[in-house]
Design a protein around this ligand. Sequence first.
Ligand code: CA
Ligand code: CA
Length: 397
Amino acid sequence: MRPVRVAPALLALLTLLAGLVTAAPSGAGVDPGVRVPQIESTTTAAAMPALRVRTRLRGLSHPWDVKQLPSGSLLVTERDPARLTLSPKKGVQRKVRFPARKVWTSGETGLMGLEIDPDFATNRRFYTCSGWRKPHGKDIRVNAWRLNRAETRARLIKPLLTGLPTVSGRHGGCRLLIADDGSMYVGTGDAAVGTNPRDLTSLGGKTLRLDRFTGRPWPDNPFIDAADAMQRYVHTYGHRNVQGLAQRRDGSMWSVEQGSYRDDEVNLLVPGGDYGWNPVPGYNESVPMTDQDLPGDQINARWRSGRSTVATSGGTFVDGDRWGRLDGALAVGALKNEMLLFIRFDASGRNPRVTRPAALHHRFGRLRTPVQLANGSLLVTTDNCCGMDRVLVVRPR
Ligand SMILES: [Ca+2]
Ligand SMILES: [Ca+2]
């Protein structure tokens, strides 16, 4: 049979009609001759997306951080068993061999923050922040590792930064983030020692910034000329327990930290800034999270939880049109309230508005760390117990 030839004019008319039918909402009873504007399109008033959640990995224990390698494999740090777990794009998840017995684990401290070198494809480097057993004593430290080609074994290249304080394991931080300019940020906890946050010679209760190859303080650091070698690492101080670090599209750097009995905080980090946590004498947690009565200027949080806490942990700014109204929002994991918060700030980083999607509220237990994949979806780690934890994939429908 010969193909039916349609005149170009008729084809154009059919295409136009098809377009009108598609554009009109079904059952709206609109005159087919009138073009219907799309009121809730992503180009005008962006819609709040419905979220789809699926499980990518299971059988984990306290997965603290997760990152995707260029091969598509996921690398996960599990805090308390001090395990590095790898999930290949295809195939069964496995443990990566590394000197796990050197990792000191106690309470909130163990194998925590994870970063992949931006040049991983050529240098195979990644970084962890963890508790560490020394010949005499312990600390929290940032280590640089090299992963073999087979993705089965990690060798320690060198400790990049040592001497982050730890006592019982409470308030151990510790988040890593490599910024767009290649510098490495470290968010630390105060080790539940009241004097640490304001002591500029202690690495506890701070955000720090360093060179990811040499381990030296970043040359632009606000106290780079200080006599004390530790102080040269300090980017900001007066923090309680920085568990989240996130860089916004405009280049600004943000932290997420857990409040005491109130006021979890999201902070916009200003070099040299004092964020106002000074729980003394002893470890006096009745003081404000940002105590303006301290000498000098203290920087107020850009968002705080108010009279109770939700136990915020990791955070990342989500990026991409498919996130609709959440495009550019800060996604934050909340442990105590078992949810993912999306906090939308305005262009100046103020006026936070919070969304708590039902798809992630009280559905998977405690949620710790959201991480955005190259394809725009979010990975989210749960933090429950004993082989029951997962890595979820969250994407807009
Ligand atoms: Ca504060
Ligand atoms: Ca003051």
